[in-house]
Write a protein that binds this ligand. Structure first.
Ligand code: NAP
Length: 224
């Protein structure tokens, strides 16, 4: 299928890596629906359909999304929304941990359950996770709430890759790299445009043969 006939949905689209996903997919000729809580001027300036007022912690996400989504089949769905509020042992706030789980783990689950009827043979789902959710790769601790929520979303995505395979839907867990955005206080190794470009390349490569991977924007397969 050519890029111009592709329907792409980005959840968490108004800034950072999500905004770059929208920008690059539209530049590639895809028909993009950008989903966010409140659109930034930068997002409004892009040539995409907009669905505002969507918070991924909302259990009623489905009615909001489905009623406004003007596409029959989603070719590529990217759940990008996420939060990071740092913490370290023993100063761990349980409510903060619950909030991270709500946004970073249950958020993607709500999105995918809400849009399940629009994911068909050939559709692809990317969940933006993080390398710091890797148990094997953890040598520095800190960020308990964030790490635990991303480890959990990796398991969620792996389960979904198995359950959606019979429907012809491939799922990938995506790590953008260490990216200069608001989340990192503009610290990082790469800019958001490089991260999005790499992740779009990984999504283009994704197939039912590779479904269930945990992959860096560079293409490196990551340990769980
Ligand atoms: N930057 C990095 O180095 C890095 C590394 C690994 C993984 N990641 C992951 O990459 C993704 C994007 O991060 P980023 O660096 O671009 O961060 P960012 O600039 O802070 O953007 C986060 C995005 O998530 C949205 N969001 C947060 N809570 C939400 C909610 N409850 N409902 C709907 N949307 C919500 C934000 O929307 P609002 O504007 O409405 O708040 C914003 O669009 C995240 O999943 C993050 O964990 C980032």
């Amino acid at each position: 299928m050519s890029e111009t006939s592709k329907n792409v949905v980005i959840i968490g689209a108004n800034r950072g890596i999500g905004l770059e996903f929208v920008k690059q997919y539209t530049e590639n000729g895809a028909k993009v629906t950008a989903v966010c809580r409140k659109a930034s001027d930068a997002l409004k300036a892009l040539d995409c359909a907009l669905i505002e007022g969507v918070d991924v912690t909302d259990n009623d996400l489905q009615s909001r999304l489905i009623s406004q989504l003007a596409v029959d089949k989603i070719d590529t769905l990217i759940h990008n929304s996420g939060i990071l509020k740092g913490d370290s042992f023993p100063d761990i706030d349980v409510e903060n941990m619950k909030h991270h789980f709500d946004v970073n783990t249950l958020g993607p689950l709500r999105t995918i359950m809400a849009l399940k009827s629009k994911l068909r043979e050939g559709s692809k789902v990317g969940i933006v996770s993080s390398r710091v959710g890797s148990i094997e790769d953890n040598s520095s601790s800190h960020n308990y709430a964030y790490r635990v929520s991303k480890t959990a979303v990796n398991m969620l995505g792996k389960c979904l890759s198995i359950d959606l395979k019979d429907n012809g839907v491939a799922v990938a867990l995506l790590h953008p790299g260490y990216v200069r955005t608001e989340m990192t206080g503009n610290n990082g190794h790469i800019e958001a445009d490089e991260a999005a470009r790499g992740l779009i390349a990984q999504m283009n490569e994704l197939s039912l043969n590779s479904t269930g991977i945990f992959v860096h924007s560079s293409g490196e397969l990551l340990p769980w």
